[in-house]
Design a protein around this ligand. Structure first.
Ligand code: SF4
Length: 348
């Protein structure tokens, strides 16, 4: 693989330029793109409508990304599958396949580890290693489709890493996933979650990709937010909401606010009312998440009763609110938990 280029990481435009640079006809790029991104082959020799000489040329210079599934956990309760995937440099990431009645949804990772340090998250514990490339993000879908033989119709960027901290590669992955000759998953079926990197929210709005933007808010006061999310020291809730209003204005898309309910921390009636005030007048949706308890962290799950009354308060004030179904509660479903176990085991 040394010195070879990952051809799966080229967008259609980049692939066209590359094929022309090799002195070949441009139309081959469409065939090659389809083999890699629609059919999901991992060897050039599987490209039966490409001449042997071109295949040889490609083999000398490039490779097709092929990531390996190290471990799979399957929930007995709802069939949610959690994958531990090995990258070419032996780093490990997680992806989760969830089955909803509107289709198969995959939650992808965007970085190896994460810099953001959210207190309730296991991904952050081992620190940050590196960004994933566009193809490593798209490749999680390819790998899982190959493994399960199932089609993925929705993608949420909510796994390990902060997507907007790996901006260019995430945008590239969206282009790869979107392309009609590839997976052909429309931007409206992609949901990008951020802990609130304000400048990048503006940048994403101007990109006008039509992705759903989802903000991990988790608190209604800056001081409280700072306690659980260090990013709150950089950007205030007001700055985040101003950026969200701009996103809505430019894209016309509704924003989803993620709110992890933590027992005794952010689950009171006053918190709910403050949230109503913050979101009033915005096209927004609130997704309440009963957090998964992580062994090492001090945070406890809010009680069922407080989750319900929090939801009722918001709904009765006209803020559309749902509680996220707790998928895979019998496996290490919170992001980063399976990877953490793997790292711990390999360090023993
Ligand atoms: S919740 Fe997301 S942004 Fe925060 S540490 Fe975990 S992976 Fe990073």
């Amino acid at each position: 693989m040394e010195n070879k280029m990952d051809i799966s990481n080229l967008t259609m435009e980049e692939l066209e330029a590359y094929i022309e640079e090799l002195g070949e006809k441009k139309f081959h790029s469409k065939q090659i793109y389809k083999w890699i991104h629609k059919i999901g082959v991992t060897h050039f020799d599987e490209m039966t409508d490409i001449s042997k000489s071109l295949r040889e040329k490609l083999k000398e210079r490039a490779y097709i990304l092929n990531m390996e599934v190290i471990e799979v956990q399957i929930s007995k309760k709802d069939g949610t599958m959690k994958f531990l995937i090995r990258l070419n440099d032996n780093a490990a990431i997680e992806s989760v396949l969830m089955k909803y009645n509107y289709g198969n949804t995959i939650c992808v990772s965007t970085q190896v580890g994460c810099k953001m340090g959210c207190k309730f998250c296991a991904s952050t514990k081992e620190g940050y290693e590196r960004n994933l490339s566009g193809s490593e993000i798209e490749g999680q879908i390819q790998t899982i489709q190959r493994y399960t033989n199932e089609r993925i119709s929705n993608v949420v960027y909510m796994g390990i890493g902060e997507p907007l901290d790996n901006y260019d590669n995430v945008i590239k992955s969206i282009k790869l996933i979107n392309h009609p000759l590839g997976l052909n998953i429309g931007a409206r079926h992609l949901s990008l979650s951020t802990c609130g990197l304000v400048p990048n929210i503006y940048q994403l709005a101007d990109e006008n990709t039509q992705c759903t933007l989802s903000i991990s808010l988790h608190a209604t006061l800056d001081e409280k937010r700072k306690e659980i999310m260090p990013i709150a020291n950089r950007y205030s809730i007001k700055e985040i909401l101003d950026a969200c209003k701009y996103y809505i204005k430019v894209t016309g898309r509704r924003i989803s606010f993620e709110y992890a309910l933590i027992y005794g921390k952010n689950d009171s009636y006053e918190d709910a009312m403050r949230l109503v005030k913050l979101l009033r007048g915005m096209i927004a949706h609130v997704n309440l998440i009963p957090i998964n308890e992580i062994k090492e962290k001090e945070y406890k799950k809010a009680t069922e009763k407080s989750v319900e009354s929090f939801m009722n308060t918001l709904n009765s004030c006209g803020i559309v609110t749902t509680v996220r179904r707790e998928l895979g509660s019998d496996i290490d479903a919170a992001c980063g938990q399976l990877r953490k176990k793997y790292i711990d085991k390999n360090l023993d």
